[in-house]
Design a protein around this ligand. Structure first.
Ligand SMILES: N[C@@H](CCC(=O)N[C@@H](CS)C(=O)NCC(=O)O)C(=O)O
Length: 354
């Protein structure tokens, strides 16, 4: 009996009777695509031609000489809220670590909640369970996006700044009296122009460029972003043939900003965001440069591969509705020598943190 059921199913499948009709396929595709577009526009605001536009951040106070718009440097007063998957938040962890500010600025880890689409605290902080609650504590009725990183003032219960590009400038220069590595200057006066020029190219084409690939909603928007991304990576690879870092022999904020995108590239952007013309590890200079930065003292400790995979593959629902998290890649190669002649001792030259 059982046997006969199986054989009758097999023979109807062979005849193609169990396949849905063209009408069903067209209807399902239409509903699916429409739902995808609705979800994508919530996830990623668009231009008319389907290009992703990143919303601007809203808190831009500084730390330094006390004025109306600034907060005083102090140890133990400020807290960073970060998600470990987020490349923008990761920048702040790297600078905090390089400068040796672990005892000066505390950190609270937040994780994405799959169903609510918001960041949730690992443990209640300032009486808040979620990041939107914290934003509302700082500014009642806040309506904007609740993003990480957040540099928070525990004393006034205000957000000092929520723009990673600005937070890393603050961390680099305003806490030197408390830092264990105060002489490391990642944004020196004489390199500012060069750093800013790299930052501009890299932000548009690479840091935000990978999102412009992954969040594009038209073929042409995707192709434009992809072309710009790989043109910029080629340009950087060429510059790194003669320079250890982007601006020469000195590590700068431009390298930190590039690093957090490169670390995620082969892991998530290559597959999930369709940046798959080439992997970073296949570039002679970029691959070695990534290993060089990863091996700087304290940097690998800020890199959490599992959170990166979980946050992207598990939470960007419209890009990966099944939520399946891939098992690879193996990133142990990041511990291999950088092959550009930079010995470990030389790498550790600026501080004896360990
Ligand atoms: N320009 C911001 C971007 C920060 C950002 O977009 N963070 C993402 C995580 S990777 C976020 O928190 N998104 C939550 C949301 O948009 O609601 C920065 O560099 O700090």
């Amino acid at each position: 009996m059982i046997q006969s059921n199986i054989s009758s199913k097999t023979s109807s499948a062979k005849k193609g009777k169990s396949l849905p009709s063209g009408l069903i396929i067209r209807t399902v595709k239409f509903i699916w695509t429409t739902m995808w577009q609705i979800m994508m526009s919530n996830l990623a605001p668009l231009s008319k031609s389907g290009e992703y536009i990143r919303p601007a951040t809203q808190f831009h106070h500084i730390i330094g000489i006390v004025s109306e718009n600034s907060y005083p440097p102090a140890a133990g007063r400020y807290n960073l809220y970060v998600g470990l998957g987020c490349p923008w938040a990761h920048r702040t962890l790297v600078v905090r670590s390089l400068k040796g500010l672990e005892d000066t600025i505390s950190v609270t880890i937040v994780s994405p909640s799959r169903d609510e689409g918001i960041w949730v605290m690992s443990q209640e902080s300032e009486g808040c369970r979620t990041l939107p609650e914290l934003y509302n504590l700082a500014q009642s009725g806040y309506q904007g996006r609740c993003t990480v990183p957040v540099l928070w003032d525990k004393q006034t219960k205000k957000i000092v700044n929520n723009e990673s590009a600005e937070i890393i400038v603050i961390l680099n220069s305003q806490f030197n009296e408390f830092a264990t590595n105060p002489s490391l200057d990642l944004y020196p006066e004489e390199l500012k122009e060069q750093i800013d020029t790299w930052n501009e190219t890299i932000y548009h084409a690479v840091n935000n460029g990978v999102y412009r690939c992954g969040f594009a909603q038209t073929q042409s928007a995707y192709e434009k972003a992809c072309e710009e991304l790989f043109t910029a990576l080629d340009e950087i690879d060429t510059a790194l043939a003669t320079n250890r870092y982007l601006c020469g022999e000195q590590l700068t904020l431009a390298d930190v900003r590039l690093f957090t995108t490169l670390f995620r590239f082969d892991v998530v952007y290559y597959g999930l965001f369709k940046c798959n013309r080439r992997r970073i590890q296949d570039y002679t200079n970029l691959g070695a440069y990534l290993r060089d930065l990863y091996q700087l003292p304290g940097v690998a400790d800020t890199c959490d591969l599992e959170s990166v995979k979980r946050d992207y593959y598990g939470n960007l629902f419209p890009l990966n509705p099944g939520g399946i998290i891939p098992s690879g890649p193996d990133i142990t190669n990041l511990w291999q020598p950088d092959e550009r002649g930079h010995g470990e001792l030389e790498t550790r030259g600026w501080g004896e943190k360990e």
